[in-house]
Design a protein around this ligand. Structure first.
Ligand SMILES: NC(=O)c1ccc[n+]([C@@H]2O[C@H](COP(=O)([O-])OP(=O)(O)OC[C@H]3O[C@@H](n4cnc5c(N)ncnc54)[C@H](O)[C@@H]3O)[C@@H](O)[C@H]2O)c1
Length: 396
């Protein structure tokens, strides 16, 4: 009897250690800062071989490999740009596009046209038109395209969506979101039109938008009244003088967005948890004379959710959330405790794993482009509205 029990354990151990059924051949396009998290997560996967890397800057890809995967540095193939990598590696399964925003669309379209699945870093790209061109290439290719919003993997972020979809809030009609910091302007390629194209909006604004819009099912944006400024980035009093001289993107943005609750991205008409018109009140700051622009708030006809002022770009909510509801005629506040993630690694590992699993299973992308098109359209129309100094209509 004892032997039977023991042999069961032995069998389990053997099956856990079995070799992966397939090895994903992966390339990394762009070897800057974020590519370090991609390679680190790929190297932890038993079914991945990173075979090629590319960067426009001579010698950068080699340095990157020596620092992050010295054991592979002599075996891997190096390329001068995305096109050379895709041409030189005809049997790739997937690439991570880790370039600055300006080349997101170009690199992703080229990869999809080469029949390669793509994990594209956020933000989607720079303009709505670019996002639409990428989606057209994705549809034609039949490949998986996922956008790199790792906070999606966090259990607390998922809780926001669960609360909305449970109907506890009733029909959601208003959302206040955003975030920011007193001083926190990045440098390098993040602050110029020619590389980033968008500033705080593309760096951190897209996360705040995704936190709430994913929770409510990404209703279609209809109109945007937007404002941007660059008072801190361009001012040598508040920014490094050399950076201030080249700074030409937004460091602050605010917007009032009207969305159609009857047209969520998934189709199928108005979900029970959305009002016909949903309002988004948004602000984002790389720098300001304030530490936070406030909490995120989701107002519904039957309840409200307060999400403490959050640096959601770091992956989670800013603290326990509060649900406000009338219960038995009394106005009640319920604390939603912080939930610990169940997975062993970090959010970046989950982002990579979920992308690979989607390829393996032929399932839909963990963060689908059809959703992030709306995220990008809001950002793009904030810029368009700011330039026009008037409300603009979103045509999609
Ligand atoms: N998910 C996250 O948490 C997170 C965090 C930081 C940055 N990002 C995103 O990652 C992207 C890159 O950020 P970063 O800080 O690594 O920028 P970076 O400027 O440090 O690196 C980008 C690299 O891409 C290279 N590149 C550009 N076009 C290329 C092309 N066509 N072929 C090959 N290489 C090319 C550049 O030479 C550069 O070395 C940005 O879009 C940013 O928004 C995401």
């Amino acid at each position: 009897m004892a032997d039977e029990v023991l042999s069961q354990f032995t069998q389990e151990t053997e099956s856990e250690e079995k070799k992966p059924e397939r090895i994903y051949k992966v390339g990394i396009i762009g070897t800057g800062w974020i590519a370090e998290s991609h390679i680190s997560s790929y190297l932890k996967q038993p079914d991945v071989a990173v075979v090629a890397v590319a960067d426009l800057i001579e010698g950068k890809a080699e340095k990157f490999m020596k620092k992050n995967a010295p054991e592979l540095a002599d075996k891997i193939h190096y390329y001068a740009d995305h096109a050379a990598l895709l041409a030189g590696e005809p049997d790739l399964d997937a690439v991570s596009v880790c370039t600055y925003n300006r080349t997101h669309a170009e690199c992703t379209i080229a990869a999809l046209e080469a029949g390669v699945n793509v994990l594209l870093e956020k933000p989607f790209c720079v303009t709505t038109e670019e996002a639409q061109a990428v989606i057209a290439a994705e549809k034609k290719s039949g490949k998986i395209l996922s956008i790199g919003f790792q906070p999606r993997m966090d259990a607390n972020m998922q809780m926001i969506k669960k609360i909305v979809e449970s109907g506890e809030l009733g029909e959601v009609y208003y959302i206040q979101t955003g975030g920011g910091r007193r001083r926190g302007i990045p440098n390098s390629t993040f602050i110029e039109q020619k590389t980033a194209g968008i500033g705080a909006l593309g760096d951190i604004g897209c996360y705040s938008l995704d936190m709430v819009l994913n929770a409510i099912g990404y209703p279609k944006p209809l109109t945007v009244s937007g404002y941007i400024s660059d008072f801190f980035g361009t001012n040598p009093k508040y920014n490094n003088p050399e950076d201030a001289a080249r700074f030409n993107v937004d460091d602050y943005a605010a917007a009032f967005v009207r969305m159609d609750g009857t047209a969520p991205v998934a189709g199928g008409g108005k979900p029970a948890w959305l009002a016909e018109t949903v309002i988004l009140d948004f602000r984002i700051a790389w720098a300001m004379h304030l530490d936070t622009p406030g909490d995120s708030v989701i107002l519904g006809k039957e309840g409200a959710l307060r999400i403490p002022s959050t640096e959601c770009w770091n992956g989670s909510v800013g603290g326990p959330m509060t649900l406000y509801k009338d219960v038995a005629g009394e106005r009640i506040k319920i604390e939603i405790p912080i939930v610990k993630n169940k997975f062993k690694g970090g959010l970046f590992d989950e982002k990579i794993r979920s992308f690979l699993d989607a390829i393996g299973e032929g399932s839909s992308a963990p963060v689908p482009s059809a959703q992030i098109l709306y995220n990008q359209a809001i950002i793009d129309h904030i810029l368009k509205s700011a330039q026009a100094k008037a409300e603009v209509t979103v045509e999609l």
